[in-house]
Write a protein that binds this ligand. Structure first.
Ligand code: NAP
Length: 344
């Protein structure tokens, strides 16, 4: 018997990805879709502009979109709500007893909310004991670029220690939601500004890579500087990273850290978990969004171009799928972990 779940913000860029990834999921069954008042009352087929590469599942297409009210007969809701409204709506669902797994930034940095990447910081789920929502809970999925960065940094942080990171991102248009950036703005162009993105990328990895201790997260002590750009790529965020480590290491040791990285969720065989979270490519012109965004079900982080940096120690390039690993897929993996650990 599958677990019934609902999607809030089901009509958007991330919401559609939830619908696609949860179709035929072995554990979860989407029984309700919800969105804004403009969509509520329409069938999902009529409310959505379906942009996924797979056909719109017939059972979801015929569902009537609901308003985001906490009266849906499920225990788990995935939130792909617009950040402007997510904070309040998600809080109401948690207060009503739901487990909310959110992609929005509203609750991410709250001291009692896990900012979860299952392969990186499952111990942060201990924070749920600090939440005061009676039986409901909020778990958040990090920013889409922060997820790729944190997964790439984790093996280096554990083995060598990190002092400083500089990252320049080239982020896909689907990261701006639907319809997102106007085509007249992005065609033939690079936009060197994404609202609040640099702040998220400079702070979220410190919480993600931080240590859980006695009901708190002690943030990782490294410094991060980020510059974020919107580019004319459909899906997949690329990041050019320079890194200063706490000890001298060879390039072979760096690559070995990525290639041999394992995680403490591996044995749980979670359906959406990648075989390996990080994949290092030797080809000098990899990774590329067009070629590698679907790596390992879209859940893997592609890494390449490791070389010496004349300012820091090393530089390299990372790439991850923003609406799969960086949003819906990451959130589903969080729910799979919570279910496998039998957290109630
Ligand atoms: P989007 O395409 O703009 O979709 C927003 C969704 O929120 C739509 O379903 C919309 O419904 C719904 N909504 C808007 N106002 C509402 C209201 N007042 N009440 C209820 N529902 C409302 O945005 P997105 O890109 O999917 O992003 C969703 C969330 O995920 C955001 O918080 C974003 O920051 C985060 N995120 C996005 C990405 C990405 O790559 N896109 C990655 C990581 C995290 P209608 O269609 O009815 O308006």
């Amino acid at each position: 018997m599958k677990i019934p779940v609902a999607i809030l913000g089901a009509t958007g860029s991330v919401g559609q990805r939830f619908v696609e990834l949860l179709h035929n999921h072995p554990w979860f069954d989407v029984v309700a879709v919800a969105a804004s008042k403009q969509s509520a009352g329409k069938t999902y087929r009529n409310a959505v502009n379906w942009l996924m590469h797979t056909p719109l599942p017939e059972n979801i297409a015929s569902m009537v979109v609901q308003e985001c009210q906490p009266n849906i007969p499920v225990k788990i809701v995935f939130s792909a709500l617009d950040t402007e409204v997510a904070g309040e709506i998600e809080k109401r669902f948690a207060e009503a007893g739901y487990l909310v797994i959110s992609n929005a930034s509203s609750h991410r940095m709250h001291s009692d909310v896990p900012l979860l990447i299952p392969e990186v910081n499952r111990s942060h789920l201990e924070l749920l004991d600090q939440q005061k929502f009676a039986t409901g809970k909020i778990v958040t999925n990090p920013n889409c670029s922060a997820i790729g960065l944190a997964l790439a940094l984790k093996p280096l942080h554990d083995r060598f220690g990190i002092e400083a990171v500089h990252i320049v991102t080239m982020q896909a248009v689907s990261g701006a939601g639907y319809p997102g950036v106007a085509s007249m703005d992005i065609m033939d162009n690079v936009i060197p500004y994404i609202k609040s993105e640099e702040e998220k990328l400079e702070t979220e990895p410190l919480k993600i890579l931080g240590t859980y201790s006695n009901g708190h997260i002690i943030p990782a002590s490294m410094k991060i500087s980020a510059q974020c750009n919107r580019v004319a790529v459909s899906d997949g965020h690329t990041g050019c990273v320079s890194i200063k480590l706490k000890q001298k290491v060879s390039p072979e040791m760096m690559i070995e850290a990525w290639r041999s990285c394992s995680s403490d969720i591996h044995h749980l065989n979670l359906p959406l978990a990648p075989k390996k979270a990080t994949h290092y490519f030797d080809e000098p012109n990899f990774p590329q969004p067009k070629l590698h965004r679907h790596l390992d079900k879209g859940m893997g982080v592609a890494i390449g171009r490791l070389r010496k940096c004349s300012l820091f120690d090393y530089k390299f390039t990372i790439l991850s799928h923003n609406t799969i690993r960086g949003a819906a897929g990451g959130a589903i993996l969080c729910a799979e972990l919570i279910h496998a650990l039998e957290i109630r």
